[in-house]
Write a protein that binds this ligand. Structure first.
Ligand code: IPE
Ligand code: IPE
Ligand code: MG
Length: 246
């Protein structure tokens, strides 16, 4: 076991870690390679992090793989990312299943996502749905605003059916209509690649997440960085609006 892991207080782990895996394109550019090579190089980083998460006994890990805004990229890169995600899943799902990982997807299921990708996602989610270890969620065709918009649509539909009065709407009414209402809010949100923004990730859920940014490009990220982020997290004082020593 790594010395870094032994530094962590395993009894005070964040329950849910979410990661914006960013910097693949710049990693490739730095090496004079096409952007798609950067995405490929990110695969190892992802599985090292998943492996580290399983090893420490993390409950929830969510990664941002493709945003609702990423459709604006060149068609060739979009196509690559679709196939790449399907292939990666196909390659790893049986191993993750054996390791008791529950695989999930979060995002909008719409016509732009190829049917073959949706099929693979359904298969992996169904296969692993009864597993009790890490819940590993891949945010794909995901956008925080879209998720909230979809929740509001459901809310309005319930209202129209007479199931919900306007004055009874609370933040919980919205939470209950998100894509996975059972997903706890992320305690720790990591973004690699140096940008200090959320880019439409988990907008509703990240209201009180601790943020951790690193300039490390995603393909260079590994479990040691994850441990470092969690160590920093464990030093923070989460007040949720309260004062200390209450
Ligand atoms: C993140 O890396 C992966 C996806 C958004 C799919 P980028 O492709 O955004 O890499 P940079 O930010 O351009 O370096
Ligand atoms: C966020 O990264 C989305 C993913 C990592 C999948 P982007 O690279 O798309 O974000 P911006 O464009 O820098 O905000
Ligand atoms: Mg980027």
């Amino acid at each position: 076991m790594s010395s870094y892991l032994s530094d962590l207080d395993l009894s005070a782990l964040p329950r849910h870690v979410a990661i914006v895996m960013d910097g693949n394109g710049r990693w490739a550019k730095q090496r004079g390679l096409p952007r798609t090579e950067g995405h490929c190089a990110g695969e190892e980083a992802l599985y090292d992090v998943v492996d580290g998460a399983i090893g420490m006994g993390l409950e929830w890990l969510t990664v941002f793989a493709f945003s609702t805004e990423n459709w604006k990229r060149p068609a060739q890169e979009v196509r690559f990312l679709m196939n790449y995600n399907r292939r990666m899943l196909w390659k790893r799902r049986d191993e993750l299943h054996r390791r008791n990982v529950r695989i999930r997807y979060v995002g909008r299921v719409d016509w732009r996502v190829p049917r073959t990708v949706l099929k693979e996602m359904d298969y992996a989610s169904e296969l692993t749905s009864r597993n009790t270890g890490l819940t590993f969620t891949v945010a794909f065709n995901y956008g925080g605003r879209t998720e909230i918009t979809d929740a509001v649509r459901r809310l309005v539909a319930d209202h129209d059916r007479g199931r919900l009065k306007g004055e009874r709407i609370t933040p919980e009414s919205i939470s209950a209509r998100l894509y996975h209402p059972d997903m706890p809010d992320p305690d720790l949100l990591i973004r690699t690649g140096g940008e200090m923004r959320i880019s439409n990730f988990l907008l509703w859920q990240a209201a009180y997440s601790e943020l951790w940014f690193t300039p490390v490009y995603w393909p260079d990220f590994n479990r040691e960085h994850l441990f470092e982020a969690i160590r920093d997290y464990q030093k923070r004082d989460r007040r949720f609006g309260r004062v200390e020593d209450q």
